[in-house]
Write a new protein. Sequence first.
Length: 366
Amino acid sequence: MTDKLMSIQNWLNERQLDVAYFSDFHSIDYLTGFNSDPIERVLALFVFPEDEPFIFAPALEVEAVKNSGWQYPVYGYQDQENPWNLISEHLHTRTKHTEKWAVEKDQLTLNRASFIQTAVPEAKFIGNLSPLMTEMHLIKTPDEIVKLHKAGLDADRAFEFGFAALQAGVSELQVMAKLEYDLKSAGVAGMSFETLVQFGAHAAEPHGDTSNNTLKSGDLALFDLGTIYDGYVSDATRTVAFQSASDHQRDVYNVVLEAQLTAQNAAKPGMTAGELDGIARDVITKAGYGDYFVHRLGHGIGSSVHESIQIAQGNDLILQPGMSFSIEPGIYIPGDLGIRIEDSVIMTETGVDSYTHSSKELRIID
């Protein structure tokens, strides 16, 4: 049994709980190596203090679970069957103790909780697995770090494909499509989130979308993207200029770049997440753009693109070696421009090691 599953078993034994029920497909991937979003269907992992774990999955996923390297039982169900009744049967066959459950309270909906308690009337949701999963994700293993670095290299490739697709009159959507087509043609399996491409003033919406907005000379082009390598992800942002850049654009860009580099160079184990946010925020505030830096400095990254670490004002989390997160200051001036520069980094014993490497100097794309 893997170390991760043994950790769950130990946690159950320490708390004298009978069943651990995982419903978040990200958690199931992290613990088992099987990755699939079941959408509306039921995908679940059950772990017990002593007995073998099992995966319960839609019938169409059963062979994929077996081929993923999962060495324990997997049970499937057809769409016309009641999955909760089948789960109850498998549970009662596996163990005599089905009363005290641990669940991911951050994930389990009231609707699905009611289905469980109808099928397993004795079930009581006593333990909360969500904090345990957060803790397990915090510190990356050497193997996880290798995979993150490989995902970062693919993100670097993605930027080059995106920059090469820039030409006058092209739309954000066209550039996104060309970038992803070229990247997948080069053998990269997929993106870790929907690629964001924004031109000109549209980039002043940090949570905007990729649209039919078209590129013209003198626009800045913002690319926010990430890739997946063997279940681990990257996340990075670069902003480039198309054909020319004004003095104003260069000035704002240099403030963001100084904030990003200052924070990345200052990051050390033992400082708090809030302190690191403050280092970048101070640079932008002193330059007069503090009101235009409207989000946290970063977030955790690992098997999903937004893990629990918040590099944000007021967060007292102590940064430790093995933590993985983004450093991504930005300035967003409505009706004018948006600039963000982001790297994914791993905290080491002495500082951070970036696993995205594309140049951060302002590039002029002809």
